[in-house]
Design a protein. Structure first.
Length: 281
């Protein structure tokens, strides 16, 4: 039954992720509206044939604004996770391979970052750098790189004594070649899974910062900002916040399902079970 569960998770999560990506890329094209096009006579409209997700408090098309918000959220999430992966993987590889006092120093720095609540650290960095997509991306990368550093370090500590590493060193391979040609391929699997799951976390963090007013500045529409000003009309017109909240929930769910399925698929024990359970020809 395990292969079925893995396939379902990958299929459902992958379908949601692809749908969100297509929505972000082409949602504004198919809507026929501009994100800032107002129509005060049609405020807070529910979904119609003209406005597929209704309109907001200024009569702007919600489908179009959600598509732009998806583009912003995904760009920030993907870029911040990419930076965190590069920095954290490099730090973890070097720290785990060198070991000793250097490893101890690096891990204490990691512990300092982990000692702050992530949202508080992100708020402090954004407050220092100022709002904007670039600063928000850097602030999220600064709170996520420690996860990759710890995971890669733990795998590197186990792999640096392996026979293939000893053989490469005996053949004259330098430290850089051993790290990036020998050890890195063996740690990339966990990093890919962690990055897939981290995208959902980054989307939540970006939406949370935007909700608190520390995200991308208006008039650029974001999911967190839409959710925030929608709360002003929550009792009378709850549809506005509902649309933004559902967009965040469905997207994060898709990335989490895809990451869970990918993790099980890349698990060597899961691979062995699938091979064992496969019908013999």
């Amino acid at each position: 039954m395990k292969p079925l569960a893995v396939n379902l998770s990958l299929s459902i999560g992958g379908t949601i992720v692809i749908a969100v990506l297509l929505f972000a890329l082409f949602g504004t094209i198919v809507s026929g509206f501009e994100p800032d096009q107002m129509n005060m006579k049609n405020r807070f409209s529910l979904p119609t044939a003209e406005h597929w997700l209704g309109t907001d408090n200024f009569g702007r098309d919600l489908w179009t604004r959600m598509a732009v918000g998806a583009r912003v959220s995904l760009t920030i999430a993907l870029c911040s996770v990419a930076i965190a992966v590069v920095v954290g993987t490099t730090v973890g590889l070097v720290s785990g391979y060198i070991g000793g006092a250097f490893d101890l120093l690096v891990m204490r720095i990691v512990d300092i970052f982990l000692g702050f609540p992530p949202i508080v650290l992100a708020l402090a960095i954004v407050a220092a750098l100022g709002p904007g997509m670039l600063n928000l991306t850097l602030s999220l990368a600064a709170i996520f790189w420690t996860e990759y550093a710890r995971v890669v370090r733990s795998v590197t500590l186990a792999q640096r004594e392996a026979d293939y590493v000893t053989a490469a060193a005996a053949l004259g391979a330098g430290s850089a070649r051993i790290l990036f040609r020998e050890i890195l391929p063996n740690v990339i699997g966990p990093v890919i899974v962690l990055a897939t799951l981290g995208i959902g976390t980054a989307i939540i963090a970006e939406s949370g910062l935007s909700f608190l007013g520390f995200g991308v500045e208006p008039p650029t529409p974001t999911w967190g900002w839409t959710l925030s000003y929608g709360t002003r009309y929550l009792r009378a017109e709850p549809w506005l916040s509902t649309v933004a909240g559902l967009a965040i929930m469905i997207t994060v769910l898709g990335f989490n399902l895809f990451g869970d399925g990918l993790r099980d698929h890349l698990d060597p024990r899961g691979v062995a079970r699938r091979i064992k359970s496969a019908p013999r020809q």
